[in-house]
Design a binder for this molecule. Structure first.
Ligand SMILES: Cc1cc2nc3c(=O)[nH]c(=O)nc-3n(C[C@H](O)[C@H](O)[C@H](O)COP(=O)(O)OP(=O)(O)OC[C@H]3O[C@@H](n4cnc5c(N)ncnc54)[C@H](O)[C@@H]3O)c2cc1C
Length: 265
């Protein structure tokens, strides 16, 4: 099959259909799904934590139905009949190649198995999915001397892409919470990035305090920090509180986002 590689048109940001072209297990609990779609050259990419709203058919025997436009897409989804209303989840665009009309999304295969995780676990070539481009938030101020990047497996796609985007002389402390050593990935990091993998072991995801405990013991470099904190909601909130309340990091230099919420903590 030949693909017409033309200069990328301006992003249009409408919900678009895509199909699975490949899947690859990166770790036992992280699967990369490669998608292709005729409109992916217009998806747009604002930065390493670029958000894709992902639409899944409610059942395998139901055709995927997408809202017509990005304008008021959520009310449009809610107005659809129960039988066809798509399931919507949030995922990071790990890689976008507009020219090839291809996108990678890395899905965590988590133990509680929601629709997103279950879809990815069984995704096969040709399966359909909907994606809507929704921008990026990572934005270190120009005067940043060093970055603090903190997350769990759900933030690994964003943090891996951030680390890859750091300049060769960039400085970063990276704390990544995962289950165990089999969840670790090789990250393409500059020499000034110190990556620490934190294993929660037998503790359930979302129930460990290993990130906060490690952070409390971490000596910060001098200079202006910028923090990107994402992952389980309570972890993210506690980290942000520590940074602002106990370390004196200015609020506006801390981006934090709960990527998911543990059922009961
Ligand atoms: C901006 C943004 C970017 C994100 N990027 C990614 C990404 O690139 N890759 C990725 O895998 N996730 C990412 N997430 C997180 C993802 O949206 C959630 O984990 C989502 O809940 C998964 O949907 P689900 O259908 O599998 O489970 P849900 O139906 O939402 O939840 C079902 C059950 O599973 C539990 N659960 C949900 N997620 C997890 C988890 N990770 N570990 C353990 N238990 C869990 C819930 O507490 C609930 O009990 C991102 C979220 C945001 C907001």
């Amino acid at each position: 099959m030949t693909i017409d590689i033309a200069p990328s048109p301006a992003p249009v940001r409408h919900p678009m259909l895509a199909q699975v072209v490949a899947t690859r297990k990166l770790t036992p609990r992280l699967i990369r799904v490669t998608l292709t779609g005729s409109a992916l050259d217009t998806f747009g990419y604002d930065g390493p934590d670029h958000l894709a709203r992902v639409f899944l058919a409610p059942r395998a025997d139901v055709e995927l139905c997408l809202p017509a436009s990005a304008e008021r897409w959520w009310p449009a989804v809610q107005a659809m009949p129960d039988e066809v209303r798509p399931i919507v989840r949030n995922y990071t665009v790990r890689r976008l190649d507009g020219g090839r009309r291809e996108m990678d999304i890395d899905f965590v295969l988590h133990a509680e198995a929601g629709p997103g995780s279950s879809w990815a676990a069984t995704a096969a070539v040709g399966d359909q999915i909907g994606v809507l481009s929704d921008g990026a938030e990572y934005a270190p101020p120009a005067d940043t001397d060093w970055q603090l990047l903190i997350g769990d497996e759900t933030a690994l796609p964003a943090i891996a892409a951030i680390v890859e985007s750091l300049p060769a002389d960039g400085h970063a402390l990276v704390l990544l919470e995962v289950g165990d050593a089999t969840d670790e990935l090789d990250l393409a990091a500059p020499s000034g990035a110190r990556i620490t993998w934190l294993h929660r072991g037998a503790t359930r995801a979302g129930h460990s305090d290993i990130v906060l405990r490690t952070l409390r013991e971490t000596v910060f470099p001098v200079g202006a920090a910028y923090a990107f904190v994402a992952g389980e909601s309570a972890m993210v909130t506690s980290v942000r509180r520590h940074l602002v309340g106990e370390r004196g990091v200015a609020k506006q230099r801390v981006y934090f986002c709960g990527y998911w919420r543990a059922a009961a903590r």
